[in-house]
Write a protein that binds this ligand. Structure first.
Ligand code: NAP
Length: 189
């Protein structure tokens, strides 16, 4: 095993699940933070440890972080309230618990243009940017912020329900929003 044990938060999701699998393949010990033990079974079968915890309940985070050298955080939320509680508050609690446990690396999966002025209008992006600021201000932990663009899987959301697409320069990114009305298809030029 190399590099020490890594706690993956959001390990039952798209990004976190993929990160957990790649870390295991690369020879790291992985502990997956899950809210529901059943959802962690596939990760356990790949060789990850599974620990129960909820980032909105900070008191649940100390045991999962015990003995971890680093954290990979890929939490997600949908509503503005969840964004505040999970993407900002949850990640702050996770970072705090990681520092208390002696973890010295924190890798955070944010999103492209999280700090763009337009993104401030969308809770999930706004709260990501707020957490990035906290993370960059942390002196005793080595931090990495990843800002991926939209994944192809997310395009499927456009077929299943309302999705807001925001153009920024030559990049395109999107934010799912249950409040957004799906526009009528427009005929192109
Ligand atoms: N998908 C994209 O196109 C895309 C593009 C760029 C950036 N990103 C960003 O990358 C990050 C991960 O995205 P994703 O698509 O992988 O999300 P996802 O598939 O929806 O997974 C979200 C994960 O967060 C966990 N979670 C939510 N609330 C939690 C809580 N209170 N305590 C512990 N775990 C909690 C979920 O656990 P449960 O299984 O228990 O619900 C799940 O494992 C997000 O910040 C997203 O904005 C995504």
């Amino acid at each position: 095993m190399r590099g020490g044990k890594i706690l993956v938060a959001g390990a039952t999701g798209r990004v976190g699940g993929s990160a957990a699998r790649h870390l295991l393949e690369a020879g790291f010990e992985v502990r997956a933070l899950v809210r529901n033990a059943d959802r962690g079974e596939s990760l356990r079968s790949l060789g990850a440890e599974v620990a129960l915890g909820d980032v909105t309940r900070p008191q649940t985070l100390a045991p999962p972080l015990e003995g971890c050298a680093g954290v990979f955080s890929a939490l997600s939320s949908t509503t503005d309230r969840q964004a505040r509680e999970v993407e900002y508050g949850g990640n702050v609690s996770l970072l705090s618990a990681a520092r208390e446990a002696g973890a010295r690396r924190f890798v955070y999966s944010s999103a492209l243009h999280a700090d763009h002025p337009m993104a401030r209008k969308v809770g999930t992006f706004r709260e990501k940017a707020r957490f990035e600021e906290v993370l960059f201000g942390t002196g005793d932990v080595s931090t990495t912020v990843l800002r991926p663009a939209m994944f192809m899987e997310t395009l499927l959301m456009a077929l299943k329900g309302p999705v807001a697409f925001v153009m920024a320069g030559s990049d395109v990114w999107c934010a799912g929003s249950p409040q957004t009305t799906r526009p009528e298809p427009q005929s192109g030029p």
